[in-house]
Design a protein around this ligand. Structure first.
Ligand SMILES: [Zn+2]
Length: 241
């Protein structure tokens, strides 16, 4: 699989994150996002579904869920310095990489004009199947199609307003073959604060931080960052090699 080291963050002005559900970015990449925004990079989020199939509260009026989850994601984003959020409003659980979805992503890419895209993996990770929710695979497939060739080709999706824009890099979360780790120790508290903002999704808010500490320190150990460090894993692709 052709992979590459990412460009230095100092060469990046804008990043667009595309994920299927509210909270996906906070599990997989919010620490890295916090580092980027601290470095002066503008980060935008595009959340494809409203996550209305998530949660555990039997007494909750389900029609409230889209608004609840958008509000939680907006609060989570604040913790890591993200203020530009695009909610596409698709229905949780039924996502497919349709022409309509690719066009919606092309529209956001042409508007935000990111050098770096961060999304999910269109390839299923059999050893961590819960991370490969079908909506993640579909959102990721549509993101890859929008990354190349759709957003950058002026003759593709001409119905979508905005000038063609080609991002250079695609970062993926949840891919089975990790190629790059980011040390998030310095922003770990902001990441956890972002994750805990998804109040409707955490039946056991005491237990979650313990599990996360274990998971992210294991990543850091695998990356060789040493004891008491935390890391997020990615797979990085650069267009043209
Ligand atoms: Zn998800």
């Amino acid at each position: 699989m052709p992979t590459a080291d990412p460009r230095p963050d100092s060469e990046i002005d804008r990043v667009l994150v595309v994920v299927a559900h509210p909270d996906d970015i906070d599990f997989g990449g919010a620490g890295t996002v916090a580092l980027w925004t601290k470095a002066g990079i503008e980060v935008s989020y595009c959340i494809v579904t409203d996550g209305q199939a998530g949660g555990f509260e039997p007494d909750r009026d389900r029609s409230e869920m889209p608004a609840v989850r958008r509000a939680e994601q907006t609060a989570a984003a604040e913790h890591v310095g993200v203020h530009d959020l695009h909610f596409l409003g698709y229905e949780d659980g039924y996502l497919e990489p349709t022409r309509e979805l690719v066009a919606d992503l092309v529209r956001v890419i042409r508007k935000v004009r990111p050098q770096r895209l961060l999304g999910q993996s269109p390839e299923r990770n059999w050893s961590r199947l819960h991370a490969s929710h079908p909506d993640h695979l579909a959102a990721a497939e549509a993101t890859v199609r929008a990354f190349f060739p759709a957003a950058g080709n002026p003759y593709a999706y001409p119905e979508v307003e905005g000038e063609a824009w080609q991002a250079d890099e695609l970062w993926m979360m949840e891919h089975p073959q990790v190629t790059h780790y980011v040390d998030i120790t310095d922003v770990y508290d902001a990441k956890i604060a972002a994750l805990m903002s998804h109040v409707s999704q955490h039946p056991d808010p005491e237990e979650l931080p313990k599990r996360l500490r274990q998971w992210f320190s294991q990543n850091a150990a695998t990356a060789g960052f040493g004891a008491d460090r935390y890391a997020e894993p990615f797979t990085v692709i650069r267009l043209g090699g």
